[in-house]
Ligand binder design. Sequence first.
Ligand code: XMP
Length: 509
Amino acid sequence: TIAVLDFGSQYTQVIARRIRECEVYSKIYHYTTTAEELKRDGVAGIILSGGPSSVFDKAAPIPDKALFDLGVPVLGICYGIQLMGKLLGGKVAKSKEREFGLGTLQIQKPGRLFYRLPKKLKVWNSHGDKITELPPGFDAIGTTDNSPYAVIEDRKRDFYGIQFHPEVFHTERGTDVIRNFLLRVCKVAQDWTTEDYIKQAVKKIRQTVGKSRVILGLSGGVDSSVAAALIHKAIKKQLTCVFVDNGLLRKGERESVEALYGKHFKIDLRVIDARQLFLRRLKGVEDPEKKRRIIGLTFIEVFEKSLKKIGHADFLAQGTLYPDVIESVAIGNNPASLIKSHHNVGGLPERMKLKLLEPLRELFKDEVRAVGAALGLPREVVWRQPFPGPGLGVRVLGDITKAKLDVLKEADAILMEEMKDSDWYWKVWQSFCVFLPVKSVGVIGDERNYAWVIAIRVVESIDAMTADWTKLPYDLLARISNRITNEVRDVSRVVLDISSKPPATIEWE
Ligand code: XMP
């Protein structure tokens, strides 16, 4: 294991990702983790992350100094190098100006860290303080215009410091620098591969579960699908999956879940038809947040009832991912410092006395996709676009009726088909239709047709925090619009949503 000590940088997770891309297992630790604990975990190397603090702050996060006595290599990045300067007897100064953005790194002595890398590299900087006097034992091996100590090393103790951010995309060959640290300095094995992970996970699931039964709420999304396939591989018939049809799913979704998990994987799949109940509860409700609440509570109720029917189980499985479980270090206004809430099914595990089984807890999203693909899940599932929990419930604006849902499902199915046929589906973040509760005049033959309006929403995004509307080709848009107005009854007009987020949101409600 390579330990990434988190000092509140927004890039901490990116460092962990880069390490895993090098097929080395990495884990993020809170900066207060003691050297003793790191030793117990058998870490082979330590990376000190960047962070928003200055080592001069009164409340600056300081790690256990004893980690420098563990005899394992340490790499300090940004704030991490400042810490090394301060804790190992060098001098650090507050800079008048913050060095921010791209700079040129000049390597004088490649050593192990810059082994076989170019002598000149564009690197991404973002720091205020800098080292002005090296700690004893250290040499400077790289410089930037702004800093004679951009890269420092203590070869004897295998301590390295880097002023810039090797983990960010803008830094040239940054991953190679990290790989050199892992393979040439820490000398760890590259054994974090999907196949190895699956083998280990299967073994661990079997050990944890024993002869008990496991229940999993299958939503059809990537995380619960991969969790289902993985757990099923480990314990076969001891796993029961529950899929709730709330009537707010897209056209054909329930059927495809039945075909894939029930027929293909032969998982014990219980499909609960709760369409009527959801519709009844939602009748006349217009407020989006109220709709969300009703859908959420009704889901828990239906799920809980189904558990009683299924009979005794010991575990509730969930597709919780690594980013959901890391409690990021909260410093300043760093966006990474928002503590993620665990999305348990409304306290269900405690109430039903179920233990949690979360086999994906160590994985990032793209690792989950790789595991899914290796387990034989189709591309449609592994690379499916995000779909909100309340489903079409927040895409029929205002009051929801079966008739409106049916119109939306038909229109949305056409959009999906065209997006997939043209390959655009895989290139965008989300693409969907929205039912607008507005009537507009159209004409069919000689007849006036007073019917509904459908909006098309297609966006590109990295993390759903910001999004830009996608400039689809006009001929594709024309085909989608033609098909919807011709094939879906009660739709007279199709409009395109050209708002970005912010200020608009991705969903309309
Ligand atoms: P917004 O509309 O806030 O959406 O820009 C950001 C991302 O979140 C999804 N979304 C939801 N997901 N329950 C969910 O599970 C919800 O209530 C919900 N509302 C929005 C949305 O599809 C987008 O990916």
